[in-house]
Structure formats: structure tokens, C-alpha cells
Design a protein around this ligand. Structure first.
Ligand SMILES: NC(=O)c1ccc[n+]([C@@H]2O[C@H](COP(=O)([O-])OP(=O)(O)OC[C@H]3O[C@@H](n4cnc5c(N)ncnc54)[C@H](O)[C@@H]3O)[C@@H](O)[C@H]2O)c1
Length: 438
């Protein structure tokens, strides 16, 4: 099939590359000329495992191309995916400006029947809005259908997720239109669920809000564990083995971040209020997530006596492992709090250093984890990169001035950490002090 994908961010670029890999002809569009120039040069605008190789292969085979010219891409395609950003406004509402602009461009270049597929995460009813905008601009005699096909990929494993999704949701106005999407996706041999456009839009928000709630739930349990002397890591293992609960998204830590959970929970809460069916549970989910970084910094302050003048080594800046995305990363909230309370911070992340530099963060940028720990009173691990799981604790202890390890993702065994003369402080678990620090 001839496909256009508007927006070459995490979702658009991965979607475009995967559709090309599956044998389609794909034109990816972005309004940022520098991004398109980079892609034509085979430079990826962000890190995602396996993406560069897939883009290269499909460009070479002539199935994947890049342009800033939306008109050219729209005219050449029978299915057009909208995968532009839907950032939050100040008040938590979703800013649909990019979606509206893309829809207007599609309408102005509409030269024959096409199916428009919304892949961006958008509030219920946006399918109708996209249709209205396109209808306003397109020649009246040409028919059009708008489908909602939300994306569930996770950054850091986006290519694998797009090739191997749990399910494909197709919100279509009628069966015939749904069939076209089924045809496109059938090669993946994955369960497909056909719904109304509005249900599909809701499925995406409800799924993300549920996962975010699961994270905030276990974080609340963690906070209670600390008070009552239980270990949340044992608790989550005991809970997660129950099939009805499941073990994923059940790890306590310093909170969720990224470009999806924070904005999608806010947006769904906003929509629920606007329609008079307020989802109070989301107020709790959001509030717990805002508090987790503060509680973590409070703990460090209490252990160290004060943060004023202390040097903290921070390991991990991206909002999760295997990505360089730092949008709404908990690490950045924690660093801001540490600095507010007078601490100096030296940081290291395997992938996100460039993005953090560009963000304007004032900190010492280090070469590796041991460089970031050098001379530090305490080290905080805030993103569970695999290489941090294999920290050499004796080397860490040797280079540090103090001996406190704050494990913001509960990835270490406290007893092992203690064996190396370091005090261990996790989330929702009892601190274990090394002899010389307690
Ligand atoms: N990032 C994720 O993990 C993820 C997962 C599932 C769903 N989503 C959703 O998918 C959507 C896209 O997310 P993202 O992370 O890829 O966003 P992004 O910000 O990384 O990328 C959006 C891209 O769209 C481009 N763009 C904006 N308006 C345009 C226009 N009119 N014409 C051409 N290009 C335009 C921007 O320049 C940018 O490159 C959002 O709605 C998001 O909520 C994201």
C-alpha cells in the first residue's frame, strides 16, 4: 500500500519504518527541515534500538522516503497516518494544534479517496474534529473516512513493540474502512479489535491511565511499607504472581515520567471533568506521582542530615532505560529538588547526556557512573539502565566520599550493597546501613 505518515517523532518514525519493513511504500513527513535532512543522511533524531538499521534497509530498498512536503506525501498515498505531537496545555487540556494543522494540510492536498488514520493520542471526539477540518478544505465531491488507530509502543523497545503488539485497535466508521486497516496489519498476525472511533480513542487513554494508576498504587503501598516495616519488593512479588494482578508496572520507585503517562492522565482527568464524570481515581494517581520524587529527596535529606553543600552523584536521567527521552523524567524533578535544597549534582546517563545538556540543566556532566560518583556524599540511581544493575560496588565505594546509595528503582539487593560497605536506601524498603555510616 502507499502510505504517508505525518510527524516523524518516536511514533511516526517507528510506524513508518515498520510499515516499510512490512512491504509498503511509505513517505514520512515532518515540518522540521533539519529532522528530515538528518533522516535522509541516516542520522536518527533519537535513540531507539534497531531503528537505524530498519530505516537504512528500507531506504536502500526504495520503500521508505522522507520529505517536508506534506502535499507530495498526501497526494501519493491511499492511507495517511497522523502521528504528530499532542502536548498538554498549562491547564492539562490537550493541545491539538499540531493535529489540526496536519488535518488542514491533508484537506488542502486531498486529490482522491483516502483513509485518514489518527495514531496520535487524542481526546475522545478528535476523530470528528479531524474529519470536519479536512472536509472544510477538500474538494466536496471526494469522500473521506477517519479512523482511530492508537499506538501502544513503549520507547526503548518501540521497534519490537510495533512489530509485535499485544493488540491492534482499529476504531473505524464502518466495516469496509476497518477492512482496509485489517489488510494492512494482517501480516503481523496479532489480535485486532474493531471498535467505534470514540471507543478506540478512549481505549488508549484508559490503558495509559490504568498503567499509571498501577504504578502510583504500588508507590502508595511502598510509602506505607516504609512506615510499617514491610518491604515493597517482597510485597510486589507476592502480588504480581496473582494472574489477576500481574507483575508488570508493579515496581515501586521515584514515579513515572515520559511524554505519555503524565500528559495522558491529566488529559483524561480533564475530559472526565468536562463531561461531568470526574475520574477521581486519577487525581490520586497524579498526586502520588508528583509526591514520589519529593519523598525520595526528603529521605536523602534525613539520612544525610542536610543536603546543603552535599555532592550527589546521579546515575540515570532518561525517563526509563533504553531511550534518550528526558521528557518529564523523574530524575530531572529530583535534581531540581536537590539543587533547591543546596546540593551540588554530578550526573551521568548512557544515552541522554546530549538531551540533558540541551535542556539547560546546570550540573557537572560526567564520563561514566564512577566519574559521577567521584567525591560524592551519596549516589542516586534514578533510571534502571542495565549497566547500572551491574555496578561495581567496591569501585563505587572507593571513589565516593560518603557511603550512601539511594536506589530510586529498587534494583539492588540491600544485603549485597551493604557487603561492600555502602548503606542502602530504596523505595518502600527498610534502609540497610553499613556499619561505618550508622
Ligand atoms: N512517544 C511514545 O512513546 C508514544 C507512544 C504512544 C503514543 N504516543 C502518542 O503519539 C503522538 C506522537 O508522539 P511522539 O512522541 O512521536 O511525538 P514527537 O513530539 O516525538 O513527534 C512529533 C513530530 O511531529 C512533527 N509535526 C508536528 N506537526 C506537524 C505537521 N503539521 N506536519 C508534519 N510534522 C509535524 C514534529 O515536528 C515532531 O517531529 C502523541 O500523541 C503521543 O501521545 C506516543
Amino acid at each position: 500500500m502507499d502510505i504517508a505518515v505525518i510527524g516523524t517523532g518516536y511514533v511516526g518514525l517507528v510506524t513508518g519504518a515498520v510499515f516499510a519493513e512490512l512491504g509498503n511504500h511509505v513517505i514520512c513527513v515532518d515540518k522540521m527541515p533539519e529532522r528530515i535532512a538528518m533522516l535522509k543522511d541516516l542520522k536518527m533524531p533519537f535513540f531507539e534500538p534497531g531503528l537505524r538499521e530498519m530505516v537504512e534497509r528500507n531506504m536502500e530498498d526504495g520503500r521508505l522516503s522522507f520529505t517536508t512536503d506534506t502535499g507530495e506525501a498526501v497526494k501519493a498515498s491511499e492511507i495517511i497516518f497522523i502521528a504528530v505531537g499532542t502536548p498538554p496545555k498549562e491547564n492539562g487540556e490537550t493541545d491539538l494544534g499540531q493535529v489540526e494543522a496536519a488535518a488542514a494540510e491533508i484537506g488542502k492536498n486531498y486529490n482522491n479517496y483516502k483513509i485518514i488514520v489518527n495514531k496520535s493520542t487524542v481526546p475522545v471526539g478528535t476523530g470528528d474534529l479531524v474529519r470536519e477540518i479536512i472536509v472544510r478544505h477538500k474538494p466536496p465531491e471526494l469522500d473521506i473516512h477517519v479512523v482511530s488507530n492508537p499506538e501502544f509502543l513503549s520507547e526503548g523497545q518501540a521497534v519490537a513493540d510495533a512489530l509485535n503488539p499485544d493488540r491492534i485497535v482499529i476504531g473505524a466508521p464502518n466495516q469496509q474502512v476497518a477492512m482496509k486497516l485489517i489488510e494492512l496489519y494482517s501480516i503481523l498476525e496479532k489480535p485486532m479489535i474493531i471498535t467505534s472511533v470514540r471507543s478506540a480513542e478512549m481505549i488508549k487513554y484508559a490503558s495509559n491511565a490504568f498503567l499509571a494508576t498501577k504504578v502510583s498504587f504500588i508507590n502508595s503501598v511502598a510509602n506505607l511499607c516504609e512506615k510499617v516495616g514491610a518491604d515493597v519488593d517482597e510485597v510486589r512479588r507476592g502480588m504480581g504472581l496473582d494472574d489477576r494482578i500481574g507483575s508488570r508496572f508493579l515496581r515501586a520507585g521515584v514515579g513515572y515520567g515520559g511524554s505519555c503517562f503524565p500528559k495522558d492522565t491529566e488529559s483524561l482527568l480533564n475530559v472526565s471533568k468536562a463531561f461531568g464524570a470526574e475520574m477521581q481515581i486519577l487525581e490520586g494517581t497524579i498526586a502520588v506521582n508528583r509526591t514520589q520524587p519529593v519523598l525520595f529527596v526528603d529521605k536523602a535529606e534525613s539520612v544525610l542530615g542536610t543536603l546543603d553543600g552535599k555532592l550527589i552523584g546521579v546515575l540515570g536521567l532518561s525517563f526509563k532505560p533504553n531511550t534518550d527521552d528526558i521528557r518529564e523524567a523523574s530524575a530531572l524533578h529530583i535534581i531540581a529538588l536537590l539543587q533547591e535544597r543546596g546540593a551540588r549534582v554530578q550526573v551521568y546517563d548512557p544515552m541522554a547526556m546530549d538531551n540533558v545538556r540541551r535542556s539547560g540543566l546546570q550540573a557537572s556532566f560526567c564520563e561514566d557512573e564512577y566519574d559521577a560518583a567521584a567525591g560524592a556524599d551519596a549516589v542516586m540511581v534514578l533510571t534502571e539502565w542495565n549497566r547500572f544493575r551491574q555496578l561495581n560496588f567496591s569501585r563505587l565505594k572507593r571513589v565516593m566520599a560518603g557511603a550512601h546509595l539511594f536506589d530510586g528503582r529498587n534494583i539492588y539487593d540491600p544485603a549485597v550493597v551493604r557487603r561492600y560497605g555502602l548503606s542502602y536506601h530504596g523505595v518502600g524498603r527498610p534502609s540497610v546501613f553499613a556499619d561505618e555510616t550508622h
